[in-house]
Design a protein around this ligand. Structure first.
Ligand code: FPP
Length: 226
């Protein structure tokens, strides 16, 4: 079914395993990131048919600045290339792009492309793709807490929508400073697949599993409500 408006679900993805995918094939790590960018395009195409309206992906954490400068540079250039190449397609397919994370430390060649992509896609309403770049959830929570009244509602409003399902590929089972507040009641799906190998079938399987779970949000099973 082709949806023209946002689905209800917020999917968050930690796209882990690009480096291992590449090195097991005798390729440089950046080849894994390139293949990872292709896997992201597949995910975006498949997401709306599962009722997903928002996809937030961890593209570069604030701790990733610790990686070797060559890899950081290659990732930043890849992000620019991806956005330059994909923005027109996103407009056609109704995908709004926005950035979460710090903007002030990004290279001068990347920020204008991000702003251009955000501007060009601002009215797109089929899917909202949020790219977490130079992102730390702890820092985002601190910024939100510093900037006004401290209530659950105001923090949630500043940080963004709660996550329904978080997928992490690559075999690790941790959050790594990603959407800590927003994942308070998220369901988790950990996959041993390396991110470049994660395809539409894997998303469909994760969604079937998600649909089979009973989300109680601290309450009791529906059957027990008398
Ligand atoms: C983690 O794998 C992945 C990243 C730090 C970068 C994610 C980036 C992409 C998927 C490509 C570009 C993104 C966009 C939005 C176009 P890793 O390098 O830590 O893998 P490893 O654990 O196997 O070393």
């Amino acid at each position: 079914m082709m949806r023209s408006t946002l689905g209800d679900l917020h999917l968050a993805v930690i796209m882990d395993g690009n480096g291992r995918w590449a090195t097991t094939r005798g390729l440089p790590r950046v080849a894994g990131h390139r293949a990872g960018a292709d896997a992201l395009r597949c995910l975006i195409q498949a997401a709306p048919e599962h009722g997903i309206g928002i996809v937030t992906v961890y593209a570069f954490s604030s701790d990733n600045w610790r990686r070797p400068p060559d890899e950081v540079g290659a990732l930043m250039r890849l992000l620019r290339t991806y956005l330059a190449r994909e923005t027109e397609r996103c407009v056609e397919e109704g995908v709004r792009i926005s950035l979460i994370g710090r903007r002030d430390r990004l290279p001068g060649f990347l920020l204008p492309q991000i702003e251009k992509s955000e501007h060009s896609t601002r009215y797109c309403s089929r899917l909202h793709l949020r790219l977490a770049i130079d992102y730390s959830s702890r820092d985002a929570i601190l910024d939100a807490a510093r900037s006004g009244d401290l209530t659950r509602e105001s923090l949630s409003k500043k940080l963004g929508p709660d996550v329904d399902l978080l997928i992490r590929t690559g075999g690790e089972q941790r959050l790594s400073d990603f959407l800590l507040w927003e994942c308070a009641y998220a369901e988790f799906s950990f996959s041993r697949r390396m991110w470049p190998d994660f395809g539409a079938e894997d998303l469909a399987a994760a969604m079937r599993d998600f649909d089979s779970r009973e989300r109680r949000f601290g309450s009791v099973p529906i059957a027990a409500v008398g």
